[in-house]
Design a protein around this ligand. Structure first.
Ligand SMILES: NC(=O)c1ccc[n+]([C@@H]2O[C@H](COP(=O)([O-])OP(=O)(O)OC[C@H]3O[C@@H](n4cnc5c(N)ncnc54)[C@H](O)[C@@H]3O)[C@@H](O)[C@H]2O)c1
Ligand SMILES: [Zn+2]
Length: 371
């Protein structure tokens, strides 16, 4: 017998693939999603299956959250406000207070929820682990702005000032994230684990790597680098790369992410644990852009004006051994994942570049800084 499952944020990238996977496995699915206009300017996306009970509601509403949680056994909490924007209080209201609201509602109404899996993020680490050949490993704070305005991008050893090399970052690493998004996701994660223990509900928090794939919003210029670069290329405009393009990230295909969610839900030994979820493969941002341009057949070189985002991370790749040792593994490599993404975006209409205007706004607000 399938479970009765709630996916918050189930209209979005990760949530919607999770919905498909759950239905395929025979579960009954409810979605709570406010169709955030930044992500879904045209309203309800076509990929929400008819058999899903769709609640157009908000994590910031007691009544909506109660309606969504009533009658469910499993909760996958994906709804969040993200990206580099200046709407500071919204991150806390949705991501932190919204998560607390789930537990408050369960407690107040004595709802028999069996397990909750919540989306955390690699962002909580800030910079990951680095190694100096001479002085060993260290967990640095974010690079000072005075360093970045000089175009001096690499992380340096605090002892000898030599550039240090990034390492795979395990769960036990120092939590150094300082952006409002990172802070709100850390609050979400700690609330999920702490309140889960208090209410004796098994809970898990997954620290996702950068996740991409079909259905990543093509409208949101504040987050989702694969879509941002794609909408530039498809409009014959050069993608703009911050810093020098050699910064690295771990790119996880969305279906692998959805499988990780179901995997931890189904494995009781994951209760009250946090896991990194990534591929362990560092990808340079410039290589990502060039691979995309190749797949689109566009002979457009990226532009690197040397601008940067204060608080941005230089390199980050998870060590995901903890989850992999239980049996989850990513199955789709970057080439294949991008190919599937491109096949999808080519079916989308009205692909516009929203980046240009957003960029000007973010520059005026100093979220993006030109040198
Ligand atoms: N995509 C990534 O690279 C990545 C990386 C790390 C963590 N995450 C986390 O994964 C989760 C899913 O992200 P995604 O990439 O699918 O993003 P997404 O924007 O595609 O999906 C998020 C969904 O949440 C909904 N939402 C936003 N505010 C809401 C609110 N107040 N009430 C109800 N619904 C709301 C949006 O409408 C959207 O459908 C988020 O928690 C995000 O923080 C994503
Ligand atoms: Zn050193």
């Amino acid at each position: 017998m399938g479970k009765s499952v709630l996916v918050t944020g189930g209209a979005g990238l990760i949530g919607s693939h999770l919905v498909d996977l759950l239905l395929k496995e025979g579960h009954r699915v409810k979605v709570l999603d406010n169709l955030d206009p930044q992500t879904h300017p045209n309203g309800k996306p076509p990929w929400i299956p008819g058999e899903v009970e769709f609640i157009h509601g908000d994590m910031r509403s007691d009544a909506d959250v109660l309606k969504a949680l009533t009658g469910v056994e499993w909760v996958f909490h994906q709804a969040a406000f993200g990206g580099f924007t200046t709407a500071l209080t919204q991150y806390i209201d949705v991501n932190a207070t919204g998560t607390a609201r789930i537990f408050e509602t369960i407690r107040e109404h004595r709802l028999p929820v069996e397990k909750i899996v919540a989306a955390s993020s690699q962002a909580i680490y800030g910079e990951g682990l680095y190694r100096c050949a001479e002085h060993g490993t260290f967990s640095p704070a974010m690079r000072p702005r005075a360093q970045l305005v000089l175009g001096d991008w690499e992380m340096r050893c605090p002892q000898c000032q030599q550039p240090a090399s990034p390492q795979l970052t395990p769960e036990s690493s120092v939590i150094n994230g300082e952006t409002i998004y990172a802070t709100s996701k850390l609050a979400e994660e700690r609330l999920t684990i702490g309140l889960g223990k208090l209410l004796e509900i098994p809970t898990v928090a997954l620290r996702y790597a950068v996740t991409y794939g079909p259905r990543q919003s093509i409208f949101n210029p504040y987050t989702g680098v694969v879509s941002i670069f794609s909408t530039r290329l498809l409009n014959d405009k050069a993608p703009i790369i911050y810093e020098d393009g050699t910064q690295t990230r771990d790119f996880l295909f969305v279906e692998d992410n959805a499988r990780a969610n179901l995997f931890v839900m189904e494995h009781p030994e994951t209760a009250h644990q946090v896991y990194n979820v990534g591929t362990q493969q560092p990808i340079r941002i410039a290589d990502l852009v060039n691979t995309l341009a190749d797949i689109y057949g566009k002979n457009i070189a990226p532009e690197m004006p040397g601008s940067f985002r204060p608080g941005d991370v230089r390199h980050f790749v998870h060590n995901s051994e903890k989850l992999m040792s239980l049996g989850w593994k990513p199955t789709i490599d970057l080439q294949e994942g991008l190919r599937r993404y491109v096949a999808w975006i080519e079916t989308q209409q009205d692909i516009r570049d929203y980046f240009e205007e957003a960029q000007q706004r973010l520059q005026a607000l100093q979220v993006v800084v030109s040198r």
